[in-house]
Design a protein around this ligand. Structure first.
Ligand SMILES: Cc1ncc(COP(=O)(O)O)c(C=O)c1O
Length: 237
């Protein structure tokens, strides 16, 4: 690695990262629990941790100990060639907490990849059932399901979606249940049903035999600011 005058180490050097904001942010030195300290010693409260990433706080000693113990044994074992105890144990623990007969787990690296994997799994299921005409995944507008091309096709957010639209398969959208914006005389319960019925109408419009699935955020994330529908919505969906 080389250094030059324009590029001193520390928080004064120019950023060479893509998609990094031009206005500089505090350079983080260390973090513990809910707090983060920058290199100037200023303490910050990490209230949201991006999209809720550090759920149990930073630098939890139990996590560090478990990571160290695993890394000292083995850092990688590819699933097509080996089994590993850590993945099997976590899969068991997750499936025991999952409802009904959800007994299988597929680990991925993040949300977009999870969404893509779900679509592919649904497609493989349709093919196995002899239903190759099922290709459409209905989602809501606005919504956020990720930024990779497959997940982006489901994301209902025009500024992000538009530049890539010609490169993606157009997937049907129904309105997100933003009942709080509605100026009608319906009760909360009836508004929930009204929005849920839009899914049925869209399935019929698309041709039920072509629909592979429907994806939604039960509690809205980035695109809808923690939007929750009336209870009636979820039952009807
Ligand atoms: C509901 C939902 N799906 C998918 C994603 C994409 O996750 P990632 O950024 O890990 O790819 C997010 C991220 O905020 C999300 O909130």
């Amino acid at each position: 690695m080389t250094h030059n005058d324009k590029n001193p180490v520390g928080h004064n050097r120019e950023s060479r990262l893509f998609y990094q904001s031009r206005s500089r942010r505090p350079l983080i030195d260390r973090a513990k629990g809910v707090y983060m300290w920058d290199v100037d010693g200023k303490r910050h409260i990490d209230a949201s941790s991006g999209a809720m990433v550090s759920n149990i706080g930073h630098s939890d000693p139990r996590v560090i100990a478990a990571m160290n113990a695993q890394l000292e044994k083995a850092s990688f074992a590819y699933r097509l060639h080996f089994e590993n105890d850590a993945a099997e144990t976590l899969a068991w623990r997750l499936s025991e907490r999952a409802p009904g007969d959800l007994e299988r787990v597929f680990f991925v690296s993040g949300g977009s990849e999870a969404v893509e994997s779900c679509i592919k799994l649904a497609r493989q299921y349709a093919l196995a059932k002899g239903q190759s005409q099922r290709t459409k995944v209905i989602s809501r507008f606005p919504s956020y399901h990720g930024a990779t091309l497959g997940a982006l096709a489901l994301t209902g957010y025009t500024p992000m979606h538009a530049p890539f639209a010609p490169m993606m398969v157009d997937q049907p959208k129904i309105p997100a249940p933003t009942c709080y914006l509605d100026r009608d005389d319906l009760s909360d319960h009836d508004r929930g049903i009204k929005y849920a019925n839009m899914l049925e109408a869209e399935i019929i419009k698309q041709g039920p035999e072509t629909v592979l699935g429907f994806i939604m955020e039960p509690v809205g994330g980035a695109a809808t600011g923690a939007l929750v529908a009336p209870d009636s919505y979820y039952g009807r969906i």
